[in-house]
Write a protein that binds this ligand. Structure first.
Ligand SMILES: Nc1ncnc2c1ncn2[C@@H]1O[C@H](COP(=O)(O)OP(=O)(O)O)[C@@H](O)[C@H]1O
Ligand SMILES: [Mg+2]
Length: 460
């Protein structure tokens, strides 16, 4: 990165002369903007204009479109430094705002914006080449998209154990691919010609669970007018996937434990035992260890199921996979619905990367599907994104600035008034008198005492 020391002498330069004659700063690989004491833009270089998509090179800092770090620096006549959320071509933007003085008179601010590569902002191209390296995974597991190290470890482990009969426990938030993974394990196993039966324990009413699982004999209860085969029997020789195992009632846990130990079942109302040969994969998004401690989940069953544990990372823990997944669903779903692929702008893609994804990959898939259907073939800019994504952007933008001026307001978006109040409050707490606080803030004594009164700030 270019050293910024040369700008230290800026306050001695006659700006008008310089900028009318030559755009010296266009040579540097930093965005640069200069604001005069009245808040008017007197200069911005090419890179600045590109980062902030503003080519007017005029206007004032009071226009909402300008960077808040710059505004803060101008307002407080102080240096401000830190990442702003605005991204440029998948790079983070690091802002340094410095006040400019000439003969100790405030003359405005200069903003310098460096582009920095950050770990979680990774270019799609990088991954495309990495994908090619994954020749070692079988096709069943290659369908599970992602380059995250944790995920890759799990996939290799899953591939290894797919040939065995070991019971597997997959943990992970909803939508992280638990069912997809167990399906891949089944397909890569020798049982792949046999059924893969998936049961969601939270979806079956408690009193129907036993008969759903194990079936019943004719006359087992009122309404049982013929024999019914249960899911375990259906799955014989294949794989059974017990989703949301944490929601299984204790009574049934006892029965399941017996099935695991004896490898046989009994239909409800019957006395015949039926041998079954099953691979069992259980999944949960609940904290089973805690449930065991609370006696909500049988400890012995827990150990029986937890033979090979796999923890699927949530999507926010594998942000580097977001561009890949976006591309994957864009391609797959456009093909499926015979639609033209959408194109995300860099800014939009960054919103995807910065969002927290509570619904994980399922949520991402749904959003891509929605965007595809509504905006076939079009370029998706920030304004086209669903609200939940853009809200987060606003919030995070503020959060970053919060960090810069070191103010946290319960995670809520503060207004400038609130910022101002908080700044004065902090200063008064630290310096005790308006005079000292004013000096520290670069304001007049009069201004500070007026603000203290206005905001009713107690400081003694
Ligand atoms: N790594 C992945 N690559 C591609 N699609 C995925 C991936 N993980 C999950 N999905 C898709 O996301 C959706 C949710 O996955 P699922 O296995 O049902 O999650 P869970 O069982 O953990 O709730 C499914 O449509 C699945 O195909
Ligand atoms: Mg699921």
């Amino acid at each position: 990165m270019t050293n910024i020391t040369p700008f230290k002498k800026l306050n001695e330069i006659d700006f008008d002369f310089y900028f009318d004659t030559k755009n010296i700063f266009d040579e540097f690989d930093m965005g640069i903007i200069i604001i005069n004491e009245n808040g008017q833009i007197i200069y911005s270089n090419e890179l600045y204009q590109m980062i902030f998509e503003d080519s007017s090179n005029q206007g004032s800092i009071f226009d909402s479109s300008y960077d808040k770090a710059l505004f803060t620096g101008y307002k407080n006549k102080k240096s401000v430094e830190g990442y702003i959320l605005k991204n440029y071509k998948n790079q983070k933007v690091y802002a340094k705002i410095k006040p400019l003085y000439k003969n100790s008179k405030f003359k405005g601010v200069i903003g310098i914006y460096e582009l920095k590569e950050e770990e979680n902002i990774i270019k799609i191209e990088k991954f495309k080449t990495q994908i090619k390296k994954n020749i070692k995974l079988k096709k069943e597991f290659k369908k599970i998209i992602g380059e995250n190290k944790e995920l890759k470890k799990i996939l290799f482990m899953a591939q290894k154990v797919s040939k065995t009969n070991s019971t597997i426990m997959i943990k992970g938030e909803s939508g992280t691919g638990k069912e997809l993974l167990s399906n891949a394990i089944h397909n890569a196993s020798d049982r792949n010609e046999e059924p893969f039966i998936s049961i969601n324990c939270s979806a079956i009413p408690k009193d129907l669970m036993e008969s759903e699982f194990f079936g019943y004999e004719k006359g087992a209860f009122t309404g049982a007018n013929k024999r019914k085969i249960g899911k375990f029997e259906y799955a014989n020789k294949g794989t059974i996937f017990l989703d949301e195992i944490g929601d299984m009632p204790l009574e049934l846990q006892t029965k399941l434990l017996r099935v695991l130990q004896e490898r046989e079942i009994e239909r409800v109302g019957g006395n015949e035992t039926i041998k079954i040969d099953l691979r069992i994969i259980a999944a949960t998004n609940r904290d089973l260890e805690q449930m065991v401690k609370n006696k909500e989940f049988r400890e012995d069953l827990y150990y029986r199921l937890n033979v090979i544990p796999m923890n699927l990372p949530s999507l926010k823990e594998r942000k580097e996979d977001i561009p890949l997944l976006v591309e994957h669903f864009n391609k797959e779903l456009s093909k499926k619905y015979d639609l033209k692929k959408i194109k995300l702008t860099n800014d939009s893609l960054n919103m995807f990367i910065n969002y927290s994804w509570p619904g994980n990959i399922r949520e991402l898939q749904n959003i891509i599907e929605r965007l595809l259907v509504l905006n076939e073939g079009e370029e998706i800019s920030i304004k086209d994104l669903p609200q939940e994504l853009s809200n987060i952007y606003e919030y995070q933008n503020h959060k970053e600035i919060d960090d810069i001026i070191n103010i946290k307001l319960n995670g809520v978006m503060p207004t400038f008034k609130e910022y101002e109040k908080e700044i004065i409050k902090k200063a008064m707490k630290k310096y005790k008198t308006c005079n000292k606080a004013a000096k520290a803030l670069g304001l007049t004594n009069k201004t500070v005492s007026a603000k203290v009164q206005k905001y009713n700030i107690e400081y003694k």
